[in-house]
Design a protein around this ligand. Sequence first.
Ligand code: HEM
Length: 370
Amino acid sequence: MLRARGQSTQAGFTAEKIPRGLFRAHPILISDGAAHDRQRREVARFFAPAVIADRYGEHIAAAAQTIVDEAAVTGRCRLDEAALHFTVDVTSRVVGLTESDTAGMAARLAAFFRQPPVDLAKADWGRTTRQWVQAAVNGIVPILRFFAHDVRPAIRAHRRDHRGDVISHLLDSGYSTGDILVECITYGTAGMVTTREFIAMACWHLLDDEQLRREYLAAEQPRRLALLEEIIRVEPVVGHLYRRATSAIDLSDAGGTTIPAGELIDICVRAANVDAEVYGDDAEAICPGQGGSAPAAGLSFSDGAHSCPGKPLALFETDALLHRLLASGPRLLTEPKIEWDELIESYRIRNIDLGFFVPARPARTPQRNP
Ligand code: HEM
């Protein structure tokens, strides 16, 4: 269904409520059709695995090492917080949001997520008028702050000095300031916040399963990335994808029915990813290669016209941090807190505290009186 080109449009992320007339350019997340395909081809070069390793590999490694060094000194690391700062630091560099401090930007981005729940299948999406007002306020205030502190200064700097990143590309393509703000919100929320959750979840799995951890620590990078893809297949961060059928979609070849035009389609990523017909009887176990030619990460990074362009970056940065952290032999200090969003079946892991062995300092030799 996701690969049925031109037969559906994006219906997730409240896309259908966003008035198209607001933008001169089409926001990548909510656009469809030929212009969207072209736009994706153009930004793909910023996220290609070789580009990430060559241009950003050193920075990513240094940022990961800073977190590990700090943990080695203090003996502790609250991973969910460190991961948010890390992903904001990495993604903001690739996108070009480089004129503001990482901690402030992380807080501004995290604030977008304080939203009342929505149920796309219900009238008025299951929200009361009060909740809609709340959603508007909770959305607009962080957007204004993000614009003033992060996006506007970055656009100004890029106008003075071409940097060869996503913001420079958007300026070259004639995007207005408002259009660039929308793209930055997309990269910020789609990229940084999702990766933060995945880092915490993958770390938790690797700490829990000694054999898996040993295999991960001993493996070369390609195998490590395959293990991470397998973890995200079983633990997708985004639990549902939504589309609106723009024409009838015939799925009879795949053993399905025909979806009538106009229908809202809800794809349950979590269920699809452990489909025994595709990933075998042990589909819920973490064991790479079970799916044969099926995508290793299942639908966790979606598929087709809207599939995640940031997947190589997400896996690369997750590995850069976790491989270093786990090599320092951390242990879980307390059970982390899991917040579960029933509606979109996604998780938020908080208070994941890791403890590290800190060697005792040598006692100071007492001073002798001369
Ligand atoms: C573990 C981390 C990540 C997960 C689980 C994830 C998941 C997803 C999913 C499921 C979609 C598609 C939604 C749909 O089909 O309706 C998506 C789209 C997108 N992601 Fe990611 N993502 C991650 C990291 C990143 C990163 C690091 C970036 C870039 C900085 C990024 C940028 C985007 C963009 C721009 C889109 C919109 C693409 C389009 O609609 O054409 N993502 N992501």
